[in-house]
Write a protein that binds this ligand. Sequence first.
Ligand code: SAH
Length: 387
Amino acid sequence: MPPTVVVSARGEQRVRSGHPWIYRADVVDVNAAGGDTVAVVGPRHRLLGHALFSDLSQIPLRMLTYGDAAAGSDLWRARLEAAARFRQSLKLDATAYRLVHGEADLLPSLVIDRYADYLVVQTLSQGVDRMLPEITSLLVDLLKPAGILARNDPRVRTLEGLEQKVEVLHGTIPEAVVVREGPVEYEVDLWRGQKTGLFLDQRENREAAARYARGKLLDCFSYNGGFALRLARECSETEAIDISADAVARIRSNAARNGLARLRAREANVFDELRRLEKTGARYDTIVLDPPAFAKNKASVANALAGYKEINLRALRLLTPGGYLVTCSCSYNVNEALFAEMIHSASVDSHTPVTIVEKRLQSRDHPVLVGVPETYYLKCFILRRVE
Ligand code: SAH
């Protein structure tokens, strides 16, 4: 008998609603091992589709196909091909981008980023982890990369009972890879950089922000200088802040590489620094706030909102009238409505009327799958202080 998992009536309803995740509470009977691709059966023995099965996760099933469509290697090849073709059709002005965005490419829990001739892969469930050799050979066949690295060190892997490890799957991976994003060149550390090396999801927001940036710029939570490097060309002065010494060193070397000698980077805690700048009476014409996810789960939403409000309120006070605030949140748990409410309250408390000039999300190579709110995580509002 092929590996099979039976789900409850509620599980069946969820499958029909199009969300690919089935939770533990909706699993009734298991005849499968962790990592198997299973047939998903409803309470009245109807075949609902095929899914990746995890025996330790809170999300034991991730749907691959619906009805009686098979989920063999042809499906993986076709979906990888389709994902690559879509990225190509976007005509991105960049040599680094997301090639596969998990659920949104109907390849749940699989992330693949491209950095010039190299690919970085993350397999975030038992099912795709087991498929890794097959995925690797499909990628070699389809894209002929110079190297493929598995950056399987995210903590979420432990929730699946998977170890955290980084390994070369194909070819070689150099210590540093040079990529281009619009007019900016970066040196990226695929082995140790945050995420898979760069924050690729902000590429188009940097581009959008460049249309408004001017005067004196303050880039907060700069990492390797993403916004600062792109916006510096439009601004008379640029300051970048990050709490990590490594990040600041990287911002400086990227600035030098791009001939942006005027860009100044410093190591500081943004919360303290915004308060200090306010005391000194400093003013900026453009400010970027791109903090790490403050709300890692539902329980931390209230604290996260307080944190977001604090930095947004202070940034609004530091802005000159007519100035722009590019403000972001990558916390999935703080949805767009909560984020907008927070901005409203920061505007009221700082006595600064602001308009929303643009409301944006993650770059198009990280698409949002309708009906799967988890795939819409990055909010980026471009605000203008009216007076
Ligand atoms: N803006 C970047 C990505 C930012 S990622 C880009 O466009 O690529 C978030 C960054 O915030 C990380 O580099 C982290 O080191 C930094 N960070 C986290 N907490 C901080 C704090 N309290 N003050 C300053 N930087 C902080």
